[in-house]
Design a binder for this molecule. Structure first.
Ligand code: NAD
Length: 292
């Protein structure tokens, strides 16, 4: 089955990036959100990011204009129902996602593929509550979507081969690389990345190293482009903690227990860059200052 049109539900950080790359690849995009201000902000963000690509000569001005013309914004969820493929990228709460699929299903053609960009909710469980678990799978982009090359494609237990192949073809047309993951907690990237970040927080908690020495060690000693604590601030410490909890609960292994210091930072509301303070303090004009 060939996909020509894509409906995206949720116009936040991920949804606007997904709309951007899909429109640039020539798909007809319908982007929806319950909040009109989220749609307005998405339009501005997409335009700004496309403009940046033009100024860096990554795309032409014509390609930017064509992409913008391909995106329809609507506050009505059902307007996405005529798309060949739906990518749900709404708030990470199971009840929210379930309600979206419940509202959409009666309006879908039988062959429409449903997917979710969830980072942590079971694809099999989400799919089992729709009328088409065989046409349901995980379509997991990385943040920021226009920059990151990888898409994890997650098979639910019932996902059929035709659905998987159709989604894989979309990833190729987006110019990205797919990695296949089975439907277990946190899939591949976060299953490996988050325990590493959590271990970096333990290393700090136990006094093995300071924030600076931990980040410098991993940058210069393991050739990582960013230190683990710097990266945690970028991702959001609340998100890191939520994913550790999913691993801990879902795999029932103490090796995934969230570090108490990570919990303390989240309790303090020091969530990283988005609150201007996490393992580093970003409130000044100069370089970020370690907070311990
Ligand atoms: P976000 O908070 O930036 O955006 C979520 C959007 O969904 C909001 O604009 C909200 O108004 C909208 N929304 C809520 N309920 C809705 C509904 N019923 N119908 C339509 N829109 C609705 O969140 P985000 O960071 O873009 O994350 C979205 C999804 O992507 C989550 O499932 C998250 O796990 C996943 N994800 C996030 C990242 C990341 O780094 N942020 C990476 C990969 C995957």
């Amino acid at each position: 089955m060939e996909i020509g049109s894509i409906g995206i539900v949720g116009a936040g950080q991920m949804g606007n990036g997904i709309a951007h790359v899909c429109a640039l690849a020539g798909y007809d995009v319908t982007l929806t959100d319950v909040r009109q201000d989220a749609l307005d902000a998405a339009r501005q963000t997409i335009t700004r990011n496309l403009d940046r690509q033009v100024s860096r000569e990554k795309i032409t001005a014509d390609a930017r204009d064509a992409a913008l013309a391909k995106i329809r914004m609507t506050a009505t969820l059902i307007d996405t129902a005529s798309s060949d493929l739906i990518i749900e990228a709404a708030t990470e709460r199971e009840s929210v996602k379930q309600a979206i699929f419940e509202d959409l299903v009666p309006h879908l053609a039988p062959q429409t593929i449903l997917t979710s960009n969830t980072s942590s909710i079971s694809i099999t469980r989400l799919g089992s509550r729709t009328d088409r678990p065989q046409k349901f799978m995980g379509f997991h982009f990385m943040n920021p979507v226009p920059v990151m090359q990888l898409v994890e494609l997650i098979r639910g237990i019932a996902t059929d081969a035709e659905t998987f192949a159709a989604c894989e073809a979309v990833v190729t047309r987006l110019g990205k690389q797919a990695a296949t993951a089975e439907d277990f907690p946190a899939f591949i990237v976060n299953r490996i990345l988050m325990p590493m970040i959590n271990e970096a927080v333990y290393t700090l908690y136990e006094g093995v190293g300071t924030i600076t020495s931990i980040d410098t060690s991993m940058k210069l000693g393991a050739n990582h482009p960013m230190g683990p604590l710097e990266l945690a601030d970028f991702i959001g410490l609340d998100t890191c903690l939520a994913i550790m909890n999913v691993l801990h609960d879902g795999l029932a292994d103490t090796k995934y227990r969230p570090c108490p210091l990570l919990v303390k930072y989240v309790e303090a509301g020091w969530l990283g860059r988005k609150t201007q303070r996490g393992f580093y303090d970003y409130r000044g004009d100069g370089d970020p200052i370690p907070t311990r």
